[in-house]
Design a protein around this ligand. Structure first.
Ligand code: NAP
Length: 263
């Protein structure tokens, strides 16, 4: 009889950083559940399974809703396998315009996905792992957690929430054997900024950004090492992270606007 592989969950695993994180988990011997809002999650699961030889289960669900979150947790429990790793990564931004010009419902939906769904899903995951006294949780936050983000006005605050939430949860779980790590990627070459309506800004140009494979490799290594947070990116990203610890918020806001303000 072959030994059962450990199980990893990656939300937003159908594309971008999440797909690269899922590949890391698979290459390190995990069966993987990946989620996405649209139908391509099925094709992404087939591609990852073919490339790595592990079992990859797709879940198509809209995490902006409580039902969508329940669907993901039900998929985890229905495997009968204990969850070794949870990577709560799905997220979107809304940019390309100033707050006074954007649609409020779009922003509330952004908060539903980037903030509410993380808290909803973290609850059963943390309880389950704490009861078993083992497990690793990764939250994808962003370097945007450490700066104001004008012209993505709501996005940065959603990532700051997740960063702080992860650090609080980490402290509470210290004695349980469960680790919590926040991944803070710098700008990364995925569909993210195009999807956020930022095609006409400096962030819309993928040529200068981090490779999602590099971000995921660093994130996964930090997760397995039980680190509190990981800067996801190259040396320039790391230098930016250091600068952002020191600079006043108003200076960072002005600098960020140079890359995010639509022409
Ligand atoms: N790219 C960057 O520059 C950057 C930098 C820092 C942090 N991040 C963070 O990294 C994470 C992943 O971003 P990415 O760059 O990989 O973006 P991406 O390539 O656009 O992928 C986003 C993923 O989230 C899923 N998703 C979108 N809306 C959803 C919803 N309503 N319900 C469930 N799943 C949904 C997408 O599924 P579909 O298959 O349905 O599209 C996709 O799998 C986000 O949390 C983001 O804040 C990104």
């Amino acid at each position: 009889m072959t030994a059962q592989r450990p199980l990893a969950l990656v939300t937003g695993g159908s594309a971008g950083i999440g797909y690269a994180l899922a590949r890391q988990a698979a290459q390190h011997g995990h069966d993987v559940i990946i989620t996405g809002a649209g139908p391509r999650v099925h094709e992404s699961a087939d591609r990852l399974a073919d490339a790595t030889g592990v079992t990859v289960t797709p879940v198509q669900s809209d995490l902006r809703t409580a039902d969508g979150v329940d669907q993901v947790w039900a998929a985890v429990t229905s495997t009968g396998q204990p969850l070794a790793i949870a990577m709560l990564n799905a997220g979107v931004s809304l940019g390309g315009a100033a707050f006074i010009d954007t649609d409020l419902d779009d922003e509330l939906n952004e908060i539903n996905l980037n903030v509410i769904s993380q808290v909803r899903l973290a609850k059963p995951i943390a309880r389950d792992m704490a009861a078993r006294r083992t497990g690793r949780i990764l939250f994808t936050s962003s370097l945007s957690a450490t700066t104001p983000t004008p012209y993505e006005t709501v996005y940065g605050p959603t990532r700051a929430f997740v960063y702080s939430f992860a650090q609080s949860l980490r402290q509470e779980l210290l004695d349980t054997g469960v680790t919590v790590t926040a991944l803070l990627p710098g700008a990364t070459a995925t569909e993210f900024h195009e999807r956020a309506g930022m095609g006409g800004t400096r962030f819309g140009d993928n040529s200068w950004k981090n490779d999602p494979e590099l971000v995921a490799r660093k994130g996964f290594a930090g997760l397995m090492a039980g680190r509190d947070h990981v800067i996801g990116g190259d040396r320039a990203t790391w230098r930016a992270a250091i600068r952002q610890r020191i600079l006043p918020e108003r200076i960072k806001a002005a600098q960020f606007a140079k890359s995010s303000k639509p022409a």
